[in-house]
Write a protein that binds this ligand. Structure first.
Ligand SMILES: *[C@@H]1O[C@H](CO)[C@@H](O)[C@H](O)[C@H]1NC(C)=O
Ligand SMILES: *[C@@H]1O[C@H](CO)[C@@H](O)[C@H](O)[C@H]1NC(C)=O
Length: 407
């Protein structure tokens, strides 16, 4: 009875407020209606123009608010247990109704099916026992920081499209040329502009300070991911770090090493690059020094990926032959076997086409291994697979001399 009374009291107040709101709305509306004339129309127009030019990518000095997301939304409640949406075989769970455990899809593990294969293996192999805690109430926000230039435009496109779901802010640093800036102004990656912070001409020593001044809401638990060059991290591995706690820092990624496109891979090597750590770790251990983080020589914490399951992709020389030559001419670390010939201009596009066609690495010796799209579960990032037309040159060897070629 008593409760009912209180509810009534609240209800009455609520109704009165509603009436006040509605009537004030009509009152102000009538007011503006009466002043409707030519002036008003021009006001609306200028307002619209302002809006459309304002909605673009962020630059140095902009204040960016990072949203907080509830991790619970990534899990489904099956009465007896909460299971991670991406990792759970929902169909079989629905069929079995009273199951007390989550049925994981192949390639997923853990009691909530929250651990993709690469993470599960890395945790098992780690020298110390790891007691992962979670899931968390709110997801850690993840910043992905990388340097850009004209030679990575296609990889930037793939990275941002592929990782959009898990990355909260992409921070692009362009210190050589302004190719990417021009593209952004030309609507490159337009639909992600609200998630892009573009920085130019910032020395590595100032990177972290500059980022912090744009992100007042950054918290100690939030995560930084940095890439050095041609990496595309594994999306599912990244999401794990956002939702769970007590993983060892720093993390690095062992990547599948593709060359010229995803159709060739290095026969024996993987590439270990990229660093992941929390904001707190960046400040306490890396001393807020971005070059220290980038060239991490501190103890390797946990490596995600092995010879069969990868923490992502490293796509070296995933460019057309002309661009590969330009790259070799601008970078001292690109070493063709016959370097002098390159300098003399004897190495030309058709030489590179032969290397790609025959699967020979730029040292002129190492024979690359074929990778087949439909037989290889780590052939390429999802976004590439789903956009075959746009990325056909990365999936099909266009220069092969073989009569037959199956993908
Ligand atoms: C949910 O769990 C209860 C026991 O806690 C059980 O009686 C009920 O049948 C379950 N319902 C479904 C849909 O699994
Ligand atoms: C950051 O670390 C590098 C070494 O990785 C060092 O050369 C540089 O002086 C450091 N910068 C600052 C501001 O401490």
């Amino acid at each position: 009875m008593h409760i009912y009374k209180i509810n009534c009291k609240r209800l009455c107040i609520f109704v009165i407020i509603q009436i006040l709101l509605v009537s004030s709305y009509y009152y102000t509306r009538r007011d503006t209606n009466t002043s409707l004339d030519g002036k008003k129309i021009s006001f609306i127009n200028s307002g619209n123009i302002k809006k459309s030019t304002k909605k673009t990518y962020h630059t140095q000095g902009n204040q960016i608010v990072l949203d907080k997301q509830k991790v619970r939304d990534k899990f489904v409640d099956f009465n007896s247990s909460l299971c991670f949406l991406s990792g759970t075989d929902i169909k079989s769970m629905n069929r079995l109704k009273n199951s007390w455990t989550c049925n994981c899809k192949t390639g997923w593990h853990g009691s909530e099916c929250g651990q993709p294969e690469v993470i599960w293996r890395a945790l098992l192999k780690h020298r110390n026992k790891i007691n992962i805690k979670g899931f968390r109430q709110f997801a850690r926000r993840m910043l992905y920081i990388f340097q850009v230039d004209e030679f990575v435009e296609n990889l930037v496109d793939i990275r941002i499209n592929d990782l959009n779901e898990v990355i909260d802010l992409f921070i692009l640093i362009e210190n050589e040329g302004n190719r990417i800036e021009k593209s952004l102004k030309n609507n490159f990656l337009k639909k992600f502009h609200n998630k892009i912070l573009y920085l130019q001409g910032i020395g590595l020593d100032n990177v972290w300070h500059t980022i912090l001044s744009s992100l007042p809401s950054l918290e100690n638990d939030d995560i930084i991911l940095v890439s050095k060059s041609y990496e595309i991290p594994n999306k599912f591995a990244l999401s794990f770090f956002k939702y769970y706690d007590k993983w060892p820092e720093p993390i690095s990624l062992r990547l599948r090493w593709s060359v010229f496109g995803f159709f060739w891979k290095h026969p024996s090597k993987t590439k270990t690059e990229g660093v992941i750590c929390s904001v707190k770790y960046m400040q306490d251990i890396f001393n807020s020094n971005f070059s220290m983080l980038l060239n991490n020589r501190i103890v390797k914490g946990l490596i995600i990926g092995d010879l069969n399951h990868y923490g992502g992709w490293y796509c070296e020389f995933c460019l057309d032959p002309e661009q590969i030559i330009r790259l070799a001419n601008t970078r001292s670390d690109v070493k063709f076997s016959n370097w002098k010939e390159l300098k003399k201009g004897i190495i030309d596009a058709s030489y590179i086409e032969d290397l790609i066609g025959n699967g020979l690495y730029i040292d002129g010796k190492t024979e690359l291994e074929r990778s087949r799209k439909y037989q290889d579960s780590y052939f390429a990032p999802n976004y590439v697979l789903e956009n075959s037309l746009q990325f056909d040159y990365l999936q099909i060897n266009l220069y092969t001399k073989l009569d037959y070629y199956e993908g």
